[in-house]
Design a protein around this ligand. Structure first.
Ligand SMILES: [Zn+2]
Length: 486
């Protein structure tokens, strides 16, 4: 501020200064459009390779922390394109960073590539398993990784030609669907020197992500009692399952007395073996969500008391182990506006009549209104005060570096997510269109931010303002993540 006042005093007048700034910014905008067009051309040039990469990852369909072939495919491609790749970071063999360039700004792009168990599906418009019991890309992360890498590559090429300054990094972030690989990477500090970070997610709409995501705490509840013959000497037994039933009853009674933003769900992992043995052990896997991490933590305090009460009634012991969780996403509206203007600049995702028909067949098959695909760029809307159901480890990244996100249409409107329609569309031209579109949108937004330091500073100023006084502390336990905890 001080420097600006001094400058103004030396110049003929504020009007001249303003006019000058306007010309400079218009010139910058003009130059920026040309570079954005070059970034788009670069994505077009690599389109076939990016699609092939995505299809390969779709075919591998590897789940959290065992995405070995998927991570290798993306890392090898980045390396072949001239990025320096560091593999196996933050204690995860399938996490990597691909970097190019030097100095500031340092821009990160996040990519995911983990699949979901049991969702194997062919790339067709009817429900048909590709391999019985195998995983499938029911969240479109095959597209997520390839599109983000495509954006990073376009920026790398502009840097290589001397048209952009700075460093571009692609982050291969595993296990979004399970342990949240990004949280471990955040704790390792791999994002801390970034100026800005960009990401996206497959969706049924195309838009700037202004609504964010919920915070979540992931924990295990265990009850330990003692066995006895259920008919012969039941008085010698103390049932862990009785405690578990009291616990779930308490949790479900609490549902009525929580804020509407709260979501609670659980799975019973162990609940006795045979009826004639009083069960000595019971285990539940629980998730608590709220629009803010503080809300979720408060809820955990209440749940601990329910577990203690249940254990007391059943005369057994209880134990709660927090094993992970995400912070809510900190939305950066200044950055989202830059993202939005680039979506408008690109226009809708251009789906063909054949693709619309494919989508309608899926909608008919799933009992949904056959409206087809909505590739239009959604109008800018004010962010919702509380995000709708869902959480992501992008949330944790967003508290350590300004993080921008968007969604692109990869599936028909209204059909179920984490389900076969997403797998089907992600393995054919509908998903491919969204992949190419997103690579262009992310690259164009990066060009804007790198070309206009003021725009980047505004994004960073909003981040600083919103994180003032906040101490980020991840929910994850000590040590590296483990693939299977149950
Ligand atoms: Zn996802």
């Amino acid at each position: 501020m001080k420097e600006r006042t001094t400058m103004k005093a030396r110049l003929p007048g504020a009007a001249v200064l303003l006019a000058g700034l306007l010309i400079i910014s218009q010139l910058a905008a003009g130059a920026s459009v040309k570079k954005k067009e070059e970034a788009v051309a670069s994505v077009e040039k690599h389109k076939a390779e990016l699609i092939e990469l995505s299809d390969r990852v779709w075919g591998f369909a590897e789940t959290a922390l065992v995405e070995h072939r998927s991570a290798k495919a993306l890392a090898d491609y980045a390396e072949a394109q001239g990025f320096t790749v560091e593999r196996g970071i933050a204690g995860m063999p399938t996490a990597f960073v691909a970097s190019y360039g030097e100095g500031r700004p340092i821009v990160g792009v996040l990519g995911e590539y983990d699949a979901l168990p049991g969702l194997s599906q062919k790339a067709g418009s009817v429900k048909e398993v590709l391999e019985a019991g195998a995983p499938g890309h029911g969240c479109g992360h095959n597209l997520l990784g390839a599109a983000s890498l495509g954006a990073a590559l376009a920026i790398k090429e502009l840097m290589a030609e001397g048209k952009l300054k700075g460093t571009i990094r692609f982050y291969g972030t595993p296990a979004e669907e399970a342990v949240g690989g990004k949280i471990y990477m955040v704790r390792e500090g791999v994002f801390k020197d970034l100026d800005v970070c960009l990401t996206w997610h497959p969706d049924e709409k195309t838009r700037a992500s202004v609504d964010g995501s919920q915070a979540i705490i992931d924990f295990i509840v265990e009850f330990s009692g003692r066995t006895a013959h259920a008919a012969g000497d039941p008085w010698n037994g103390r049932s862990a399952v009785a405690a578990m039933e009291l616990f779930t009853a308490g949790l479900n009674r609490m549902r009525e007395f929580v804020r509407p933003t709260v979501r609670m769900h659980y799975s019973i992992l162990a609940g006795g073996d045979v009826p004639n043995v009083v069960p000595a052990y019971a285990k539940l896997w629980c998730w608590l969500r709220d629009s803010k991490g503080a809300g979720a933590e408060h809820l955990l305090g209440r749940v601990r008391r329910i577990a203690e009460g249940a254990a007391m009634m059943a005369e057994v012991e209880s134990k709660i182990t927090v094993q992970g969780g995400n912070w809510e996403t900190l939305v950066n509206l200044t950055g989202e506006k830059a993202m939005f203007s680039n979506l408008q600049w690109l226009g809708p995702v251009p789906f063909t009549p054949e693709e619309q028909e494919f989508a309608k067949e899926i909608q008919r098959a799933t009992g949904v209104d056959p409206k087809g695909l909505d590739g239009a760029v959604q109008p800018w809307t004010a962010p919702k005060p509380d995000p709708e159901g869902g959480s992501t480890d992008v949330g944790d990244v967003s508290w350590v570096v300004p993080t921008l996100s968007m969604e692109a249409t990869t599936a028909p409107t209204g059909t179920p997510w984490h389900a076969w329609p997403v797998v089907a569309c992600g393995g054919m031209s509908i998903g491919h269109k969204a992949l190419v579109y997103t690579a262009k949108a992310l690259a164009a937004t990066i060009v804007d931010l790198v070309e206009d330091p003021k725009a980047l500073q505004a994004v960073q100023a909003e981040f600083r303002e919103k994180t003032k006084g906040v101490v980020y502390k991840p929910f994850i336990p000590e040590g590296p993540p483990v693939a299977s905890k149950h």
